[in-house]
Design a protein around this ligand. Sequence first.
Ligand code: GLV
Length: 317
Amino acid sequence: MKKILVTRKLLRSNEDKLKSLYDVKLNLNDELYSQDKLIELSKGCDGILSALTDKLDDQTISKLPESIKILSNFAVGFGNIDLEAAKKRNIAVTNTPEVLTDATAEIGILLILGACRRAAEGIEGAKASNWKWSADYLIGKQLTGTRLGILGMGRIGQKIAKIARSLGMIIHYHNRSKLNDEKENGAIYHEKLDSLLSVSDVLSVCCPASKETINLINKEALEKLPQGAVVTNVARGDIVDDEALIDALDRRKVYAVGLDVYKGEPNLNPGYTKHKSAFILPHLGSATKETRTAMANLAIDNMTEFFETGGCKNKVN
Ligand code: GLV
């Protein structure tokens, strides 16, 4: 029986499935393992079921035991893993696409609504009972007729586009390549990021984090947005330069932000906390029972496929 290290606590049904298939080392207290501890615990294991909170960088991967053949990441994103380093060691890396598209797109829409309609301020006012109705109380931005710029039109971007369209938003997007007519569904393609930014009354960051996209939304990019734009990010904190975004909020270049992800999670840059217009969530994208169950099942199935065939359709390196 193959031996697997599972770095984070999973839902009960997923842990039961793992136990029926593998000799598993579970993380019953859901401790956040240091890199050294992860290396130590992986001794004697054939694979690791990792999470986005595990930093599997070059150094860590180079110290993993020879017996490790697969890193099955419990996430669609794999910016936490150095793919090249894994490849050099002949370790396969897999992810969990598709199963989290709907849940993550729902949060993407929540960010747009929350930021545009001033939900953070509204919740604060309601809880403190210190608000009073008036014709101009917490006037926000209406989505109907507003241009939504989607950066990264993969599955999650396409689902956000579909819902946003039904809310009356006009969809623009930038992607490595133009989609076919069916997938595009009337959305307007921008070959250049700058061109997308110039029409994004609301920006939705949906692209994967990679060497190419780190800090892609920086000071220069933010300057290209229309005055008073709204910036939302449902992808990865690494893609946005927080200091530049906070500065844009300070200068009112940016009207509001909606973030489900940010750099250095869980520690939020204190620059955001002074902004009432910052609608910020603690990385909830895939956090529904159905989705987390499906993700872990897929991470397990990825391992099984790999051990049985030597390959996996969700291999990313
Ligand atoms: C969640 O953020 C994921 O990448 O799965």
